[in-house]
Design a protein around this ligand. Sequence first.
Ligand code: KIV
Ligand code: ZN
Length: 513
Amino acid sequence: MEKIWIFDTTLRDGEQAPGASMSIKEKIEVAKALASMKIDIIEAGFPVSSPAQFEACKAIADNIQGPIIAGLARAVEKDIKACYDALKSAQKFRIHTFIATSPIHREYKLKMSKEEVIKNAVNAVKYAKTFTDNIEFSAEDAARTEKEFLAEVTEAVIEAGAVVVNIPDTVGYTTPQEFFEIIKYLKTHVKNIDKAILSVHCHNDLGLAVANSLAACIAGARQIECTVNGIGERAGNAAMEEIVMGLSVRQDFYNLYTDIDKKKIYSTSKLVSRIIGYPIAPNKAIIGKNAFAHESGIHQDGVLKNRSTYEIMKPEDIGRSSTQIVLGRHSGRAGFKAKIEEMGFYLSKEKIDELYEKFILIADKKKEVTEEDIISILGDTGVLEKGYEIQYLTVVSGQEVIPTATVMIKRGDEEYKAAAIGDGPVDATYKAINKALNIDNVILEDFFIQSVSAGRDAIGQVNVSIKVSDTIATGVYADTDIILAAAKSYLNAINKILYKQGRKIEYDFQERI
Ligand code: KIV
Ligand code: ZN
């Protein structure tokens, strides 16, 4: 079995996605996550393009151990020198230089002949070689370049010292079959091809970036350039999580492996999504909310009998919690019971039957029945006591005021009031809630806010994840008032913790076995 080198360009090409720019601190956070999942090469940025890019590349070179740190440089001396200056302190670094090779780019962008393109490419590699032996050359828009010319460029840059030659599908134009042929052609027509690794870098304009990259590996490519969550220019790049899991789940077919620690995939994906503020589509492969969720009764029944009926990989493999049962109008009793047990409630068969009738009434009205709905069904039938609810909340914040929140919370007939100041309106609100409920051991693990509708009156949805002792719970709430959404989602999570820790359980032992 041969290894596929994973070259992650989240911090360079990924950051070129509109609105995805990251601060230096954020880039280091992402780079640490990438290093901890054993990415082979991290492309840290394009040092010459701005002082901030230079600083970010330098900070990553100074702080990240393990992966090779790469920087991008056009085939000009100024770029290559800046790249070296930014990366020279790294444990291992690579200069990645490129020039476009396709007729369209030669004629309209570069205004260069074929000979001039080759000359510039070779000179760039030779110049980079004065700083390091670890040189990658990219033939930009390679997929639209004449095969014979691409082979000529490849041979010339390897001769000049490039150890990796990257074949980008810069505009996401190729197809798996065509790309396979391009790589096969290079493997068989470039004399010195065994002196370099062939790499691919596919964009996703036609939704084929991952398929094209994998087809290239069958033809002999041994490095794939990709990004976390598939972010990148326009429609993005090949998604790292799909490449890694594709190669792993279908190892029987590809006979290739990566060194990636797959258990870190999910947390890294969430980190990148949170930092750049790009939510993940629910149906996104591997990392989407629904990627391991089963709604229809037949699927739920199958998964409960044996997961492999409808799952080709385990959520745990990528560091997600176990299979999620999503309840909707197609769900049967088996799925409903499994969900309730997943939430920690083991009920008698009679009770399940009684609750199932109520559940179906709600499911008929709603697309998805959430944990909150189930908790309210459980509450209505006396299985649960009602949780805490916000009675009123006022928050003062702005310039030259100390953010202050006053809250009143009710649970049954009991009232809990408190006021607190904080670092911002959300912090003040959470502190007031903690004070009112007299709890000081809540750790806020994750806080994510996104707009779920358009316009000035958009609804903001807040997702929180909290930890109390060893119990983790998530809360979600959407409102046009985002502070209220933040407060209610937090209380929502606290209620779940209380339910989990102090629930009344009707446990029918016979039923369980
Ligand atoms: O898409 C592309 O061609 C690139 C190169 C610079 C590698 O990003
Ligand atoms: Zn690119």
